[in-house]
Design a protein around this ligand. Structure first.
Ligand code: ADP
Ligand code: MG
Length: 254
């Protein structure tokens, strides 16, 4: 379980807040989607959850463990896919996965089986011995996802994970997310594409300008949009009608 209490993040010494007084609980057994336009504060929020950014205000807890006070203990329970897949580019895919397995203490026999299974599923088996720097964006994204899922901790935190994935990889990831949640574990992911959120989530949180505007199921979200004209514009933006990210050009449109 994740609990975020009155969390704020300012990048400019407190003049403005990229995330502003955000409180949220993400429960065991659910897929929770953070939905919002570009610049809304999604990545900032996830970065505070995984401990790569310190909150300016408030507290973040993973299974009751404060991420700031006890970072290693908190991080042990989660995996993370960041918003850019360009990490450790000189490593070969297999070396990257072994490195992750070492950090999380995945036993050698489990690791070999998991690497083979993930590489097969994501169509990366023939790439494992090439350096990540030779991979396309989508292949790097797959490698980051494989690295995240390899140790299979209880909590998955994925920042725009579908971006750049081919349909088969996106399908496999969504299937894995569902299975993980159905096993009573937790998936928190962000997206700026309404369509992606709708197809996957149990609950959704809508964020804009650093503020959490709504939390609920997809049906409740639709009802809320209907009854709340101030959200209408954002809904249009997220559904793409008047967005530069609309339609076939949407990087995450699927
Ligand atoms: P999202 O992931 O929803 O697109 P972000 O969390 O990346 O949004 O950004 C939220 C706001 O914080 C934006 O206005 C962005 O410009 C700002 N921001 C993000 N990262 C930094 C940073 N490292 N330094 C200064 N401002 C930042
Ligand atoms: Mg982002």
């Amino acid at each position: 379980m994740i609990s975020i209490e009155h969390v704020g993040k300012s990048y400019d010494g407190g003049r403005t807040f990229a995330v502003d007084d955000l409180s949220l609980e993400v429960r065991d057994g659910e897929i929770f989607g953070i939905l919002g336009p570009n610049g809304a504060g999604k990545s900032t929020t996830l970065n505070m959850l995984v401990g790569t950014l310190a909150p300016t205000k408030g507290t973040v807890k993973i299974d009751g463990i404060d991420v700031t006070e006890n970072p290693v203990e908190a991080k042990r329970r989660l995996c993370y896919v960041s918003d850019t897949p360009d990490h450790l580019l000189r490593l070969r895919g297999r070396e990257y996965l072994r490195f992750i397995a070492d950090i999380y203490g995945v036993p050698a026999d489990v690791r070999a089986a998991r690497i083979a299974e993930l590489a097969e599923g994501y169509g990366m088996a023939s790439e494992l011995d090439n350096q990540i720097k030779s991979y396309s964006h989508g292949m790097r994204q797959k490698m980051m996802i494989m690295g995240a899922l390899l140790p299979n901790p209880d909590l998955w935190i994925l920042d725009e994970p579908m971006t750049g994935l081919d349909p088969q990889a996106a399908w496999l990831l969504k299937k894995s997310m569902r299975k993980h949640a159905d096993e009573g574990k937790t998936v928190l992911f962000s997206t700026h594409v309404l369509d992606v959120a709708e197809k996957v989530v149990d609950r959704v949180g809508i964020i804009a300008h650093g503020k959490l505007l709504f939390v609920g199921t997809v049906e409740e979200m639709r009802e809320h949009f209907r009854n709340n004209s101030s959200l209408e514009e954002m809904f249009l933006e997220l559904t793409g009608e008047n967005s530069p990210l609309s339609g076939a050009d949407a990087p995450e449109g699927m």
